[in-house]
Design a protein around this ligand. Structure first.
Ligand SMILES: NC(=O)c1ccc[n+]([C@@H]2O[C@H](COP(=O)([O-])OP(=O)(O)OC[C@H]3O[C@@H](n4cnc5c(N)ncnc54)[C@H](O)[C@@H]3O)[C@@H](O)[C@H]2O)c1
Length: 262
């Protein structure tokens, strides 16, 4: 947890209005806390209302928004509230995502659709709702979308013993959504980038990391010799959302301890 006044705190997002999906847990929570520590006001979006309330319930600088990124009606209602409260947005982070494991031959259509709905279609629907609010930003600074993809949009970690073809494919789609939207976004002053995390210790990876063999394998496979922390991801997202990244669009920042170097 990043506290105001800590070494990790700056003011790069002072006065900015940000929205983060999947903000109640793991990477999304760390991103939300980092953006607040950098001075932003925040719309914290998640389908888990209880978790949102327990994490952000007593923060006056946070608007909690219960919404499902796969559901257009719930997003329209949620972004209606954000528009009424904030008027515009400076930064959007599409972080909500799910992973499922299984071999190709056992993969059902329903599970494929579910993974694509959250990881690929969700960021499209959320960005479409947020886009007019981002375009309405006041013009003094750059506005941006950051999509949380994964190293698995670029490589396939099949040797981990956890095949996830639908996850790989859905994150690959999000990577190309990022690149394609960055071209149109450039005309509107909206930068669009991706952050590709490697293994980060969150509830999402808790099960795989419980297996000592899998943990050792990941540590050996990571040049920097440690598993990532949600704060590692949050630091990269804050940078890409700030004016320090004002000429950066359509690219991916890998935050993986060197995993993808090999
Ligand atoms: N943890 C890792 O090692 C890792 C690595 C690479 C990429 N990522 C990506 O980071 C993102 C966050 O992962 P995490 O590890 O923090 O996961 P997590 O499971 O800890 O948190 C995900 C959050 O998203 C919310 N969410 C899930 N589906 C949603 C939906 N349909 N609508 C709204 N909210 C929804 C959940 O309620 C939860 O709060 C994901 O996109 C994931 O693919 C994670």
């Amino acid at each position: 947890m990043i506290e105001k006044g800590s070494d990790s705190m700056g003011n790069r997002l002072e006065g900015r209005l940000a929205a983060v999906t999947g903000a109640a847990s793991g990477n999304g929570r760390a991103i939300a806390e980092k953006m607040l520590a950098e001075g932003a006001r925040l719309a914290a979006i998640d389908l888990n209302a209880e978790a949102l309330d327990s994490v952000f319930g007593d923060r006056p600088d946070v608007l909690t928004v219960e919404a499902n990124v796969t559901d257009e009606d719930s997003l329209k209602a949620g972004f209606g509230r954000i528009r009424d409260e904030f008027g515009h947005l400076d930064a959007l982070v599409n972080n909500a995502g799910i992973a499922k494991f299984g071999t190709f031959e056992d993969l059902s259509r329903a599970e494929w659709d579910q993974v694509f709905a959250v990881n690929s279609t969700g960021p499209f629907l959320v960005s479409r709702e947020a886009y007019p609010l981002l375009k309405a930003g006041n013009g003094d600074h750059t506005r941006s979308i950051v999509n949380i993809t994964s190293v698995e949009a670029h490589i396939v970690i099949s040797s981990s013993g956890h095949p996830q073809i639908h996850y790989n494919a859905s994150k690959g789609a999000l990577l190309q959504l990022t690149r394609a939207l960055s071209v149109e976004g450039a005309q509107a002053g909206v930068r669009v980038n991706a952050v590709a995390p490697g293994f980060i210790e969150t509830p999402f990876t808790a099960e795989s990391l419980k297996d000592p063999k899998a943990r050792d394998w990941m540590l050996e496979r990571t040049p920097m010799g440690r598993i990532g922390k949600p704060e590692d991801v949050a630091n990269g997202v804050a940078f890409l959302s700030s004016d320090e990244a004002s000429w950066i669009t359509g690219t991916t920042l890998f935050i993986d301890g060197g995993w993808t170097v090999y």
